[in-house]
Design a protein around this ligand. Structure first.
Ligand code: HSE
Length: 340
């Protein structure tokens, strides 16, 4: 089956996804009968191009990697705003991979609403719209009989959302706990090795783990958005990031970490959501966990989550939670879900 795809945002995530599609083209066709035709790419920096005959994704990657505009590299309809682009694209599915804005969710919310209301499936890795407007957007998708898929918003390609929605379908979930931010886990791991907070943060920034604005990581805004996304799915709630009791890792000192280690503990930034069936509570705070516990063994940029369920007890998932390849895999899995 051929899906016509329009991509908004051709940064690390959009390119990571495109790389995978090129690499796995034959495999996807053979195993899933999936063929993807790029009918448009729209990017703040590299311009906007629509061509219903299809755009060569390899050529698009080469163009932006050489610093060239897409508009100069392809024939087609050029210079459209993202909203005009969605209309003109004729796409079956819009992939929204622009930057995350946790204050308003914009401009991604506008892009997603436009795509859904014009009858297109949407796949996004963007946390802002899902943390801030999940109910409204998913109701719109239902009303339009299209799908809104966002598995890359939490733990990236490691399938936390799919595990919750599909794998644990029919379970009551009473609690979710997770290490949902790679940057802060990396900083805490490095501080155990003796680096100062600032040295470890610089290290994380240089390695590209941190958000463009690292306060999103350090002050726990990023994991707050992620636990809200999971909680709203599990508990049918309509929480917002502002409802999270939140404390980042700014005040965790080397002494706190060493003292904890002496007592057989590690300091971890744990995101937690729980429900008694009536109300839902959400928090992200530094916690001491036993060194040999599940979370105590999660080191570096790795993410992990635990779902407490009625029928299965505690279910655990661990894996990489950031990066272009990882987020690209999340988009691919969502794309395959559209045709299964
Ligand atoms: N800055 C985020 C992290 C990236 O460190 O986990 C993935 O959302």
């Amino acid at each position: 089956m051929e899906l016509k795809l329009a991509l908004i945002g051709f940064g690390v995530v959009g390119r990571g996804f495109t790389d995978i599609l090129i690499r796995k083209k034959e495999f996807l066709q053979r195993k899933y009968n999936l063929m993807v035709k790029y009918v448009g790419i729209c990017d703040m920096k590299y311009g906007s191009i629509v061509n219903h005959s299809g755009l060569d994704p390899h050529k698009a990657l080469e163009a932006v990697r050489a610093g060239n505009s897409l508009e100069k590299s392809f024939d087609g309809v050029k210079g459209l705003s993202p909203v005009e682009f969605i209309d003109a694209s004729g796409a079956d599915v819009v992939v929204e991979a622009t930057w995350t804005n946790l204050d308003t969710g914009e401009p991604a919310i506008t892009h997603i609403k436009k795509a859904l209301s014009t009858g297109r499936h949407v796949i996004t890795t963007n946390k802002g719209p899902i943390a801030l407007a999940y109910r409204e957007l998913s109701n719109l998708a239902k009303a339009k009989n299209v799908k809104l898929l966002f598995s890359g918003t939490v733990m990236s390609g490691t399938p936390s959302i799919r595990t919750l929605v599909r794998g644990l379908a029919g379970c009551y979930v009473s609690e979710i706990a997770g290490i949902l931010n790679g940057t802060t886990n990396y900083i805490l791991t490095k501080m155990e090795e003796g680096l100062s907070f600032n040295e470890a943060l610089r290290d994380a920034q240089q390695k590209g783990y941190a958000e463009a604005d690292p306060t999103m990581d350090v002050d726990a805004l990023d994991p707050s958005a992620k636990i809200v996304i999971l909680a709203n799915i599990a508990f049918e709630s309509d929480l917002k990031p502002k409802d999270v009791i939140r404390e980042g890792i700014r005040n965790v000192t080397l002494e706190n970490i060493k003292d904890a280690l002496r007592r057989g503990k590690r300091v971890k930034l744990i995101a937690r959501a729980w429900s008694d069936g009536k109300s839902v509570k959400v928090k992200v705070t530094p916690e001491e966990v036993d060194i040999n516990s599940f979370f105590g063994q999660v080191k570096g940029t790795v993410n992990a989550v635990m779902f407490r369920t009625d029928s299965l007890g505690d279910v655990y998932l661990i894996g990489r939670g950031a990066g272009g390849e990882e987020a690209g895999q999340a988009i691919l899995a969502d794309l395959i879900e559209l045709i299964l």
